[in-house]
Design a protein around this ligand. Structure first.
Ligand code: FAD
Ligand code: NAP
Length: 525
């Protein structure tokens, strides 16, 4: 088997498949393990799912021996954890680093994949597991003159390992998604002056981060098994209280108190879970959106800046919400200014800075917090060629198509971990990663036991699943936002809501049922 990627998914795939007696070779473009947490080293990078949930569940020993120090761990701590996992389970020796897979080609006659890399390797594999991540293809902004800037530029998703010292510099940050919202407060503390170029404001909620106390750690360590079981029954891979009631069915005072409690909880999904129609009914959604905007007005002293920071063009939660630490208050600092590049668009990057339709900005350094070609980007990076020479790029020209988000018709024995069409980025990713890999491991073990050699999604099953994923998305407000979930951040990318809204618990059931029904919807040969 070839596994592509050595992030959280690739590491677990290697461990699980090797334990299952398979011969596994991993290729990883980076120089070490960690994936997201190897690449995204920008100041302030940390998880927004609590550390004790954003961790593997497959090994009770690992759960007991590892101790998280903060409610939301920093990037260095998460990377240390993943290095510990690699060492503890002796995973590194089967990973070839600094090696990018450039193509995977299905050989109909041999019933195998030929996988080629940029280091000149060519290997033959019966199965190919694409553990390439959903947010691993960093995307620079399409701005004229981007290469003319005389100073350094940094993408948050490709941050220098030695760190960056912005002391005294005039720094520009483009982008106010999660990466911008995490990095801006820390860059502001260091820079001489920070100019934030914002096209669309985001909804951010306070993380209420802090050190984990010993009692809390011991309590979780004592109850990990029951806690993990509850996680599997949840919608998002995180246990949050769901209120099964409309936001419009309660009094203003009651709603305000519910939102206030969610806001104070510092939990990503709490506000969205406050009522059952926030992602369905625009009027219900507006109550939550306005609640956040009121908080922004309280936190930001200048009313004009507060208004600029207030999202008004899309529903709350339809773009991924953010957790922040001092984001809004950062705009009260005298050395920080906010430029609305929706009103006055960026015209070009110049050797000395950046020009909008309204002004020139002189800058010493530029930070691109401009996100990723999400979900499909990493899968379409290498040239993947399936049966009869068909390219995945062509099969997905009008948007990704898959069965269960894990397999693609015409591409036998290829598995897409947390691929488009699965709950993936709408959930605690580790939960979805482990579920996919456990399913793949059980699947190929079953094939091996029955001396079957290929598994392939049927066109009908794929068509049914694609329709289902689109149908449930269409019941919600998600498709109304220009989000990366919709591919809207990449010019020319088809507008399709890529993840599956069905949730962790329901999706697990569907996958288990498909397997129990002898892999219904798959052709086995
Ligand atoms: P990745 O970690 O992206 O790893 C994929 C690896 O594949 C990369 O190392 C890449 O180099 C490699 N690769 C890709 N293509 C090739 C190729 N062709 N050849 C060789 N190697 C290749 N999710 C959460 O649930 N909670 C969070 O708090 C959270 N925080 C995040 C913070 C940031 C800054 C970002 C960017 C994402 C965050 N995510 C979070 C999502 C995060 O990506 C996942 O949680 C998780 O790390 C994904 O693991 P993965 O192994 O699937 O993918
Ligand atoms: P993102 O959410 O896609 O945000 C990119 C930002 O850049 C947006 O504000 C976007 O504006 C802006 N932008 C892009 N191109 C631009 C241009 N040409 N001119 C001006 N602005 C431009 O990317 P991200 O912040 O890296 O986050 C991606 C995802 O990674 C998150 O949603 C989350 O899932 C994950 N993540 C999580 C954390 C965490 O807290 N743990 C941290 C970072 C990332 P528009 O909105 O107008 O397009």
């Amino acid at each position: 088997m070839v596994v592509v990627g050595a992030g959280i998914a690739g590491l677990y795939a290697l461990k699980r498949l090797r334990d299952g007696g398979f011969d596994v070779q991993v290729f990883e473009a980076a120089s070490d393990v960690g994936g997201t947490w190897w690449w995204n080293r920008y100041p302030g990078a940390r998880c927004d799912i609590e550390s004790m949930d954003y961790s593997y569940s497959f090994s009770p020993e690992l759960e007991q021996e590892w101790t998280w120090t903060e409610r939301y761990a920093t990037q260095p701590e998460i990377l240390r954890y993943l290095n510990h996992v690699a060492d503890r389970f002796d995973l590194r020796r089967q990973v070839q680093f600094d090696t990018r897979v450039t193509s995977a080609t299905w050989d109909d006659g041999a019933g195998r994949w030929t996988v080629a890399t940029d280091q000149g390797d060519t290997v033959s594999a019966q199965f190919c597991v694409m553990a390439v991540g959903c947010l691993s293809a960093a995307k620079d902004p399409e701005i004229d003159g981007i290469d003319t800037f005389a100073g350094p530029t940094y993408h948050t998703g490709r941050w220098p390992h030695e760190g960056v010292d912005f002391s005294g510099q005039r720094v520009g940050v483009i982008g106010t998604g999660s990466s911008g919202i995490q990095s801006i407060p820390l860059i502001a503390q260091q820079a001489g002056h920070l100019t934030v170029f914002q096209r669309t404001p985001n909804f951010a909620m306070p993380a209420r981060n802090g050190p984990l106390d010993e009692a809390r750690i011991q309590q979780r360590k004592a109850t990990y098994r029951t806690h993990r079981a509850a996680v599997l029954e949840s919608h998002t891979g995180v246990v949050v209280e769901l209120h099964d009631q409309s936001a419009l069915a309660v009094s203003d005072d009651e709603r305000e108190a519910t939102y206030e409690a969610a806001w104070e909880s510092g939990t990503l999904f709490a506000l969205l879970a406050s009522y059952n129609d926030l992602l369905i009914d625009p009027a219900a959604n507006e109550t939550a959106a306005e609640f956040v905007r009121r908080r922004i007005r309280e936190l930001v002293h200048d009313p004009e800046v507060a208004e600029l920071l207030s999202p008004r063009t899309y529903p709350f939660g339809a773009k991924r919400a953010c957790l922040d630490t001092d984001y809004y208050a950062t705009f009260n600092r005298p050395n920080v200014s906010l430029v609305d590049v929706r009103a006055t668009p960026i015209v070009e990057i110049t050797p000395t800075g950046l020009r909008t339709t309204a002004a020139d900005f002189d800058l010493d350094a530029l930070v691109f917090a401009t996100g990723f070609d999400a979900m499909t980007g990493p899968l379409l990076g290498p040239t993947i060629t399936g049966r009869r020479g068909a390219a995945l790029r062509d099969a997905w020209a009008a948007g990704p198509r898959s069965y269960l988000g894990i397999a693609v018709s015409g591409f036998p024995n290829l598995f897409t971990i947390t691929g488009p069409g699965s709950p993936s980025v709408l959930t605690n990713m580790i939960v979805s990663i482990e579920q996919h890999i456990d399913w793949v491991a059980a699947c190929i073990t079953s094939l091996r036991e029955r001396d079957l050699h290929t598994i392939e999604a049927t066109p009908d099953a794929e068509a049914f699943w694609v329709d289902h994923v689109n149908e449930v998305a269409s019941f919600t407000l998600y498709p109304t936002a220009d989000s990366w979930y919709m591919g809207a951040n990449v010019p020319g990318k088809p507008r399709v809501f890529m993840p599956y809204i069905g949730g962790v618990a329901y999706y697990r059931e569907v996958c288990a049922d498909v397997a129990a029904d002898d892999y219904r919807g798959f052709a086995l040969a």
